[in-house]
Design a protein around this ligand. Structure first.
Ligand SMILES: Cc1ncc(COP(=O)(O)O)c(C=O)c1O
Length: 394
């Protein structure tokens, strides 16, 4: 049985997260409705019957030496972005519309779209939530994989949507056939996270494109591509071209990952002008982004050398971590992102506590009856610290 968190516990949990390493950053924001978040009887954050997340008690935790719990980019922000921020402080007395539209133009050119296809937000979370609010304010059904990234789903449920959670396939891809079957006349949006957090796997692009072409004739398909620039191989292909082809597909991107700007908060979505208009009629996407962040994002967007170097270093960290884990007998899911997840024997909460005592912050989940550790890729030094800590806790 799962129970709602009462307001006092809610604040306590939120404050614990704020004060510590934000193990559940979506929880560290007290403005959410209570009913959006539930704990199960073992005090784990309840996602679905299939997926839960453990909390660590951070009250006595030492300072982290390896912060590997939020899929951040350890190399950012790029120097070009830092200089742009310094230059932008002078303009802090003005709204940043002109600068934002200039960034929108750059994105439009790169994507071969127009400005009417683009909505900016202070992080992609903001856009996920705005879409959830607007699409589901009168109820309806949201279909997604399970497990997946929960931002949009939590907000949709808070405002009255029903979540149809479709278990991933045995290789952790989206089960597109089952998702298509789950769509009915109440469904107002399909959420696809590709590559998918927290599993790190990709859904074959060709199958996903066919799915989008069919399904988007009935209902919008929202594809969260937060990690796409970090993915490798033939599957690593954005589906933003479907927007250009006029399908009712929304592609969401963030400056938090490959561009190293998680704390600066910039994201955007690409969609049909009609979809952008629907969301903009009720919310204002770009209004929440500061001039400093817009200028930083503009610099980072053009800084291919920083993006390439992040990718190279992330690949090296993944290779090292995968090999080290395998040599210790673990079986991580092959990752297309900047994190990796693998089954652990230890109970998730004890695991988090022991790792934290070693100064290593990771995340722990309970998925399909098994406990898992999700570790973000840090610098090579941080990955050595992580592997050493893992060896020492036994
Ligand atoms: C799949 C996915 N989408 C969106 C986000 C939100 O990123 P941001 O709000 O920083 O753009 C994250 C963050 O970890 C994520 O994993």
């Amino acid at each position: 049985m799962n129970e709602s968190i009462n307001r006092r516990d809610w604040l306590k949990t939120g404050l614990m997260s704020i004060g510590g390493m934000a193990l559940a950053p979506h929880l560290a924001q007290g403005a959410f409705a209570e009913k959006a978040f539930k704990l199960d009887s073992k005090n784990r954050l309840y996602y679905s019957p299939l997926a839960r997340e453990y909390f660590a008690d951070e009250s006595n935790a030492p300072k982290l030496v390896a912060k590997l719990n939020a899929n951040e980019n350890p190399y950012g922000p790029p120097n070009t972005a830092k200089s742009a921020i310094m230059g932008a402080t002078e303009k802090g007395n003005r709204y940043a519309w002109r600068e934002m539209y200039s960034l929108v133009d750059k994105i439009a050119t790169k994507e071969s779209l127009t400005k009417d296809n683009i909505m900016m937000g202070p992080g992609s979370s903001d856009l996920l939530e705005k879409v959830a609010l607007v699409r589901f304010m009168n109820g309806g059904k949201i279909v997604s994989a399970d497990p997946t990234y929960m931002s949009m789903i939590r907000v949709a449920e808070s405002v009255g949507a029903k979540w149809e959670a479709v278990p991933c396939t045995s290789d952790w891809a989206h089960d597109l056939d089952a998702m298509e079957k789950a769509i009915d006349s109440d469904t107002k949006l399909v959420y696809v996270c590709n590559p998918n957090n927290p599993v790190g796997a990709m859904t074959p692009t060709k199958d996903l494109a066919e799915f989008c072409k069919r399904v988007s004739k009935k209902v919008p398909v929202f594809i969260d591509e937060a990690y796409m620039e970090l993915a490798d191989g033939p599957e690593a292909k954005s589906l933003s071209y479907l927007v250009k082809e006029g399908y009712n597909v929304i592609v969401c991107r963030t400056f938090s990952k490959i561009m190293g700007m998680a704390g600066l908060r910039v994201g955007y979505m690409l969609a049909t002008p009609e979809f952008i208009e629907e969301i903009s009629a009720i919310t204002r996407g770009g209004m929440g982004i500061s001039i400093t962040s817009i200028m930083a994002a503009t610099a980072a967007f053009g800084d291919e050398s920083f993006q390439n170097s992040t990718k190279t270093k992330n690949d090296a960290a993944k290779k090292y971590t995968m090999e080290a884990l395998q040599s210790m007998g673990y079986s991580p899911i092959p990752s297309y992102t900047n994190f990796m997840i693998f089954p652990i024997e230890m109970e998730g909460k004890a695991f988090l506590t022991k790792m934290m005592d070693k100064g290593v912050g990771v995340r722990a989940f309970h998925i399909t009856g098994q406990d898992w550790c999700r570790v973000s890729m840090g610098t090579m030094e941080e990955m050595h610290t992580f592997i050493d800590a893992l060896k020492s806790i036994g």
